[in-house]
Design a binder for this molecule. Structure first.
Ligand SMILES: C[S@@+](CC[C@H](N)C(=O)[O-])C[C@H]1O[C@@H](n2cnc3c(N)ncnc32)[C@H](O)[C@@H]1O
Length: 233
């Protein structure tokens, strides 16, 4: 039997996607990553959101329509994001063969695992380099090895065999060796369990410490790997 593709999976899950992530740990992760993205200047200039899903990036960061492009392989996800943000540009396509000119984005973002679903990671990395302007920045959140057993992973909840790649930090770093200032850090380790037993504010503080202190020392113990860097000048 043919394996189910990421496009088929997300077409099927589009309607339940947003409400699958309503546990406190997901709000904590959102607070952390969107603050990081803003503070580190990833929202300046023209932004490409790879695997834009239901438009969650725009739900958290106010980016005007003239500066934002979302790319997603699932037409159902594109329909949902376009309904939420009718003035923004969402394009159906694959990140391993992007329908964009060379050197046209200041920032490429790919959040909460989208990059892991690429069916050709090496080609996707070349495409990211091609579409970024010189000195352009990227931030991707890939699934770490631990993510495949995460109970809140939507594919685990719906008992779907994941076609995603779960990375070790070193593998990810090798893929991005042609970029400058490449850094890898883990996000979310014990915080998921922690947040089930402690109040939100304490859990959020714990997540911050866990991710900021241990994330860069033992990234492979975390659910997500955050990789950042920039294209050469
Ligand atoms: C886990 S969801 C993440 C969505 C969004 N970034 C978020 O933060 O909620 C993964 C998304 O990547 C999309 N996707 C999977 N493979 C893709 C590909 N090769 N090119 C573009 N999008 C892809 C899926 O359709 C889905 O919308």
């Amino acid at each position: 039997m043919d394996k189910i593709t990421p496009k088929q999976i997300y077409n099927r899950l589009s309607k339940v996607y947003d409400r699958s992530y309503d546990a406190p740990v997901h709000r904590i992760e959102d607070d952390f990553i969107y603050k990081f993205i803003s503070e580190k200047g990833f929202t300046k200039g023209k932004i490409l959101d790879l695997g834009s899903g239901t438009g969650t990036l725009l739900s958290h960061l106010g980016i005007s329509s003239d500066r934002y492009t979302g790319l997603d392989i699932s037409e159902r996800m594109i329909e949902l994001s376009s309904m939420k943000f009718p003035n923004h540009n969402f394009i159906k396509g694959t990140m391993s063969n992007m329908p964009f000119d060379n050197d046209c984005f200041d920032s490429v973002l790919s959040l909460f695992g989208s990059f892991s679903y690429s069916l050709n990671h090496a080609k996707t990395v070349k495409e990211i380099k091609r579409v970024l302007k010189p000195k352009g920045k990227f931030l991707l959140m890939a699934y770490g090895l631990k993510y495949q057993s995460r109970k809140s992973y939507i594919l685990n909840k719906f008992k779907i065999n994941s076609p995603a790649r779960f990375f070790k930090g070193k593998e990810l770093k090798t893929l991005f060796e042609d970029f400058d200032n490449v850094k890898i850090s883990g996000m979310t380790m014990l915080s998921e369990e922690f947040s089930k037993h402690f109040p939100y504010s304490i859990s959020k503080a714990y997540h911050f410490v866990e991710t900021n202190i241990l994330g860069s020392i033992i990234p492979d113990k975390f659910y997500f790997l955050i990789i950042t860097g920039n294209k050469h000048a």
